[in-house]
Design a protein around this ligand. Structure first.
Ligand code: TMP
Length: 207
């Protein structure tokens, strides 16, 4: 049986959460047995690591930040992702290794290859069959267009240049791994984007 691990990636405020909600509704309506999860997080230990990583009051060096994201990921892989895949479920994860490659590898300047090494466990044991990249420059995000810029956490509160670098990181990853990473340019009409995502999942034999 084909393993069905899907990740959804993109910059802040580009409508990723809306698309994940629509996807979850679609899976429920069509009786597809799926687990929706997120990173950092997904298990009690990983959620604790998330709280550290997103705490605005804490200063964390880029190296430690990358290592903590990788630790949270290892925990998530072993205790939720792989067990669910073994049960034949589809696993849909909101952010995964490409977030580390874009945010820590490019925006924090650690280098994509170095961050791949830090994530060797995920790289060797649990790579997604498909990654949907919501391809929108954060400078044009829906959230900005709607006039509300919410700086909730330590990562979101980073500079515009930081988020622009994350976007460049994603574009670089999409170029490096075109088989795995499918870029979808979102439409203002959210159902158009949703239909494009469903078409991609069908095309890749996930559903
Ligand atoms: P979110 O779940 O609200 O998107 O917040 C997670 C934040 O953490 C987001 O700004 C992206 C960032 N992040 C990384 O920098 N590296 C990672 O590996 C992951 C999973 C997330």
């Amino acid at each position: 049986m084909q393993r069905k691990f899907i990740t959804v990636e993109g910059c802040e405020g580009v409508g990723k959460s809306t698309q994940l909600r629509l996807l979850k509704d679609y899976f429920e309506e069509h009786g597809i047995d799926a687990v929706f999860t997120r990173e950092p997080g997904g298990t009690p230990v990983a959620e604790r690591i998330r709280a550290i990583l997103l705490d605005k009051k804490l200063q964390v060096s880029p190296e430690v930040e990358a290592a903590l994201f990788a630790c949270a990921r290892m925990e998530h892989i072993n205790n939720l992702i792989l067990p669910s895949l073994k049960q034949g479920k589809v696993v849909v994860c909101d952010r995964y290794i490409d977030s580390s490659l874009a945010y820590q590898g490019v925006a924090r300047n650690l280098g994509i290859d170095n961050v791949y090494e830090i994530n060797a466990y995920a790289r060797d044991n649990c790579m997604p069959e498909l990654t949907i990249f919501i391809d929108m420059d954060p400078a044009n995000s829906w959230r900005k267009k709607n006039g509300t810029v919410i700086l909730n956490d330590r990562m979101e509160g980073e500079s515009q240049e930081f988020h622009a670098a994350c976007y460049r990181g994603y574009k670089e990853m999409a170029k490096r791994e075109p088989e795995r990473i499918i870029s979808i340019v979102p439409d203002e009409e959210k159902y158009e984007t949703h239909r494009a995502i469903i078409a991609t999942l069908k095309d890749k034999g996930i559903i």
